[in-house]
Ligand binder design. Sequence first.
Ligand SMILES: *[C@@H]1O[C@H](CO)[C@@H](O)[C@H](O)[C@H]1NC(C)=O
Ligand SMILES: *[C@@H]1O[C@H](CO)[C@@H](O)[C@H](O)[C@H]1NC(C)=O
Ligand SMILES: *[C@@H]1O[C@H](CO)[C@@H](O)[C@H](O)[C@H]1NC(C)=O
Ligand SMILES: *[C@@H]1O[C@H](CO)[C@@H](O)[C@H](O)[C@H]1NC(C)=O
Ligand SMILES: *[C@@H]1O[C@H](CO)[C@@H](O)[C@H](O)[C@H]1NC(C)=O
Length: 941
Amino acid sequence: MSAGSATAPRSLFFLLSLAAATGVLRVRGQSTGFVSIDCGLSEQSGYVDDVTKLPYSSDAAFTDAGSSHNVSAEHVKPSSTKRYLSVRSFPDNSMASRSCYTFPSIVPGSKCLLRATFMYGNYDGLNKLPVFDLYLDVNFWKTVNISKADSVHTAEVIAVIPSDTVQVCLVNIGLGTPFISGLDLRPLKNTLYPQVNSSQGLVLLDRRNFGASDIIVRHPDDPYDREWFPWSNLSKWRGISTKEKVRLRPEDEADVHFDAPSVVMQTAITPLNASEKIHFSWDAEPNNVYPTPRYTSVLYFSELERNVVRLFSVTINGMLLMSRYTPRYLFSYAFYGIEHSYSSRYDFTIQATATSSTLPPIINAAEFFSVISTAKFGTDPQDVIAINAIKTKYQVKKNWVSDPCAPKTFAWDGLNCSYPTSSSPRITSINMSFGGLSGDISSYFANFKAIQHLDLSYNKLTGSIPYALTQLPSLVELDLTGNQLSGSIPPELLKRKADGSLNLRYGNNPKLCDQDSSCQPTEKKNSTITIYIAALVVAAVVIGLLLLLLLLGVRKKKGLVKGRVKPEHVASDVQSHSKNSNRYGLLQLDNRWFTYLELEVITNNFQRVIGRGGFGIVYDGFLEDGTRVAVKLRSQSSGQGVEEFLTEARNLTKIHHKNLVSLIGYCKDGEYLALVYEHMSEGNLQDKLRGGNSNIGCLTWKQRLRITLESAQGLEYLHKACSPPFLHRDVKTSNILLDENLKAKVADFGLLKAFNNDDDTHVSTARVVGTYGYLAPEYASAMQLTKKSDVYSFGVVLLEVITGKPPILQSPEPTNIIEWAGQRLGQGNIEDVVDMFMHGDYDVNSVWKAADVALRCTAQVPTQRPTMTAVVAHLEECLDLEESRTTGDINSNLNSCSGGEFNPNYNNYGVDHPTDTSQSSRTVDMGHSFGGGVATGPATL
Ligand SMILES: *[C@@H]1O[C@H](CO)[C@@H](O)[C@H](O)[C@H]1NC(C)=O
Ligand SMILES: *[C@@H]1O[C@H](CO)[C@@H](O)[C@H](O)[C@H]1NC(C)=O
Ligand SMILES: *[C@@H]1O[C@H](CO)[C@@H](O)[C@H](O)[C@H]1NC(C)=O
Ligand SMILES: *[C@@H]1O[C@H](CO)[C@@H](O)[C@H](O)[C@H]1NC(C)=O
Ligand SMILES: *[C@@H]1O[C@H](CO)[C@@H](O)[C@H](O)[C@H]1NC(C)=O
């Protein structure tokens, strides 16, 4: 920007001292949904920023790439803002390498402001200023051109986030190593900045507070934490200010498009010489992607002097934008809307309308943006989930980062994609030949519904060809040559080969039989079961993985002590192992101890997956006495979750309650960590309510009440009976498991937290864990955790049980269930709220009472929520009401949900992933390939 004839620096940088001077701002409340990260800060650390009073945390949870550095000492001044003293850099010499941060838990379709900051500070000692590109998901955002070692460069974009996560990616363009100092995400009200829609975003050029002193206005004065930079020029302009609050015009309040903070609006400028104009300008900043960038601006006006009338017009490059306008006293008005026609320079003039106005013009604030397209689609989500699972399973290195297909220039090696104009790219071919892949063929290959060519030749793949591969509608070429595959080839594939619709190659697989003759007859039977299992596993996994996308980063646990305990085969040999386990605090575990080899036997070589989570995979198994168990094995490839494992193992030994899933044993064998639980044959409550199988909606109101009552009792026990009390922190319907009698037990204690304080104080946690949609507002925003946070999540569960709806409803607009149900209930409308699968078969008073309890549990203010004890009492009353209605047919509906012998409704211990900022890698598929096992195991203790 330049004032008058002067040319101010073109790019947006402001010296540290200026940023530090903003410390004068006052403090107000916290803001919800803000993510504030200080890149390069050591793991798990955080602090509250002096200026904005916002909590900043390390970036380690949001990315697994790059390395942390401190800026060099010569750039550290006493006044330096802490955020700029460390950076994360992404050294990778290859051109066009991408490194990304992932923000989870976005409400899809919501408007957000994202701000990245950069202060080079010679962190690498090379004194070389880099230039690199910044992308928002797959769309180009800005070229960052670091022009000064000790200046803070800022990139800010306002955009609609299409999905529930958003990535910020730094791209090496061959002009130095990308680095970053800070990242802020600020949700905006959806009516703000109407220029921003799903296909275009605004990149900030400048945001000015005219007539202000040298203070940058930010949070808490600006509830959205925008940065308003002061601009006054005493040689040209006179400042005008008021102490009175400036407000929105009443007609704008309902549907506010622009909302500058009052503090910003309370100052303005006017020309020194009353017959002069206000004049300012900027030069276009073309880049490779936008050689003729499009610009738009927002001008804010409010009269600050009493009893005066101004009348003025605004022109840009001589063209009239706004004519004969009179600002209103202490009401703000924003002028916007035009995209300026392209020019290399933009000159603004604000000029009094000479004939009728004697007072000179004023302006209070302005924002200038370039317009970027955000219309590029990311790859189809199902393809993304599958390819990431495959990447993890086979530990593919290459350039497989961020989106697989988009932008086209960054498509992953070995993939070809189709790029339809109005929908997401799809993966059409995968070439992983000579890739050193081992283990079995991932069932995720069956998820690429648009794939035509799949080449897995010349690897070390074992196991049989998944039946699911026959279900790919577009597949025309499948090359499995040169592996160690065994078993028979699915006849459907052979049939397609025979009729010429599939080019199938499988030579050089000595153990593979292409005729049924050489294979066991049992294989046939197995394969039909496999179909069933595969289809279900795929379905379960897809659901699980969609939730996984909510995830944050993995932190590599440094300093992890590598246990080198040799696997032993004797279960009774606990003592000798306890020594080795001692440092983990496992000595006190009085449950059974399993070796890894035993687990192999119990799970029949980890054959049947019944759940997946951030911790790892849950397998079905049988103890030697026939007791069915669920084995949760830590994913070894990720190096994550040791702490969570130990937390859960330790806590589980302390808590025993009929409504909490109990631990049968554990395994800590070398690097293998596993927990063995009782098996809950009827799966989880979420699937019962809205899982994609025939069970959906089969629960009666009475059963629903029993289940919630029992879960509430489990939680009450955690909150009250234990010393110190525990907080579950991840209460949700998928963590409520059901046994064959539909008795409910709360599961997944990986996030359990001991809580030493009284009810009305709170624990401040370093990071928010839990699941999107269930997080109490004070916890999500201020990381303040109390028992009432669990109560809130339980309220959401109760609403799900009543309505059959998910915590976040997607259509017509993303809405949370509390708001949705609250509104309808507020109008006395219960029929619209109650799950239609209950077919009106319930006591209305009982449902009303339960709904009332749910709304009280989800009160915004924690102190207004009941305790779990009160919730239990209320639910007992609800159940009484319902039971008095149904006396006489007490057992008529019991077990209407139970499946038969083979229950497809999988148990899932932590199936979907909590929003845990400590984990980001989509570790979903482990690729074990073990030798044969038998279906017997050691004796139970
Ligand atoms: C203020 O205006 C004067 C006169 O146009 C100009 O010379 C000077 O550079 C301006 N200062 C700033 C900081 O823009
Ligand atoms: C940066 O400095 C802090 C202390 O000022 C230190 O704890 C941290 O380890 C340093 N980080 C790096 C990457 O050197
Ligand atoms: C970066 O900015 C400098 C001037 O500040 C300019 O000379 C250089 O061409 C820019 N580089 C790129 C790649 O835009
Ligand atoms: C977004 O706004 C631009 C400019 O007004 C318009 O051309 C475009 O069609 C809009 N896109 C959507 C998806 O509404
Ligand atoms: C104000 O500007 C007008 C026109 O540019 C000029 O004639 C007049 O002398 C100026 N007055 C002062 C006080 O500078």
